[in-house]
Design a protein around this ligand. Structure first.
Ligand code: ATP
Length: 318
């Protein structure tokens, strides 16, 4: 066990996927997932997220490149690699006529694991599904079906769990429950890779964030570092007397005036040593511009993401 600590649990090197149509969905992707982390893979529609996951899970063959799961090559050592992985796919696909319990047992067996009813019971209890164990899946609500998909993916005790858009179309309460559940899975040692279109989800959950766009990884970063690095802050000064325009003396500052002239908005870089706020306030005082109130706002991960994807589109199209 000790020799594996510190090594990535998933390693992807120079992965290329060209579909039969000739479309290149992955253009040489490198990615290392750390043991025990929650990694969020973000990207617009068609960026290649599902293709990447499907290759690591052995569902899609890469055109070239290498991927390993817990040291096992996903092609040459497929069975061992796959047994380490649980996958909750984007589309709900369950055996509708089976009971929850039967589906779980069958799924575990598929991975060559002997029966372990105690484990299955724990998974179902953790997902608040125990009282539904004898129900046919088709009789469950959409949210419950989603939980069953997760339970099924955990039936063979995987160390790695892929969640492909786990909370798409799920109500707020269930989303919160699922976040809670993902956290407790991580606490039990499972490594989690999730894709999401809800940036809020990544902001809430992830330790690290990867952004993929048009088949290329644009960025991989610790979430807090990312937010610190790319985040901008805004200081909004609510003025005593509205301004018609920004005075010429302030022209060289990063200032905007709201349409009604009531708010002066100053944008500054959180990374730079000096924010320039003190000198701005001094200058406003000298110019006799008083304000009633001030507030600061930090850019959200959503804003960072949108600007990243935009800038990579610019870069890619050049
Ligand atoms: N079997 C296939 N044949 C040809 N092209 C495909 C196939 N599967 C996916 N693609 C294309 O590859 C690209 C990447 O698709 P993929 O499903 O990996 O994206 P995604 O990032 O998961 O998108 P979404 O967020 O919409 O789920 C898309 O342009 C898609 O149309």
């Amino acid at each position: 066990m000790t020799e594996t600590i510190g090594q990535p649990i998933i390693s992807v090197k120079n992965l290329v996927k060209t579909y039969a149509s000739g479309f290149q969905a992955l253009k040489g992707v490198d990615l290392s997932i750390r043991r025990g982390e929650i990694f969020a893979l973000l990207g617009p529609n068609g960026a290649g997220k599902t293709t990447l996951i499907n290759i690591v899970c052995g569902i899609v063959n890469p055109t070239s490149g290498v991927a390993t799961a817990d040291g096992h090559d996903v092609i040459t050592d497929y069975r061992a690699a796959r047994s380490k992985i649980g996958l909750v796919p984007q589309e709900l696909s369950t055996d509708a006529f089976e009971s929850v319990w039967a589906t779980m047992r069958f799924s575990r067996g598929l991975f060559g694991k002997g029966p372990d009813d105690a484990h299955l019971e724990k998974v179902l209890r953790d997902l608040s599904l125990w009282d539904k164990k004898d129900q046919k899946i088709m009789a469950l609500s959409g949210g419950m079906k989603r939980r069953v998909m997760i339970a099924k993916a955990l039936s063979h005790e995987p160390q790695i769990l892929f969640l492909d858009e786990p909370t798409a179309g799920v109500d707020v309460e269930l989303r919160r429950d699922m976040w809670e559940m993902v956290r407790s899975l991580r606490a039990s040692g499972v490594t989690i890779i999730l894709t999401t279109h809800y940036i809020e989800e990544a902001e809430e959950m992830a330790d690290r964030i990867g952004v993929i766009n048009k088949g290329e990884i644009v960025l991989i970063e610790d979430k807090h570092v990312l937010m610190r690095k790319l985040g901008r802050k805004q200081l909004t000064l609510h003025l005593q007397t509205p301004l018609q325009q920004i005075p010429a003396q302030l022209a060289n500052r990063q200032l905007e005036l709201s349409a009604d002239g009531n708010d002066l908005i100053y944008t500054f870089d959180t990374q730079s040593d000096s924010t320039g706020i003190a000198s701005l306030l001094r200058q406003l005082n000298e110019l006799g511009i008083d304000f009633k109130d001030l507030r600061t706002e930090e850019s959200s991960l959503e804003e960072i993401f949108v600007s990243l994807v935009r800038s990579s589109q610019v870069r890619l199209s050049q």
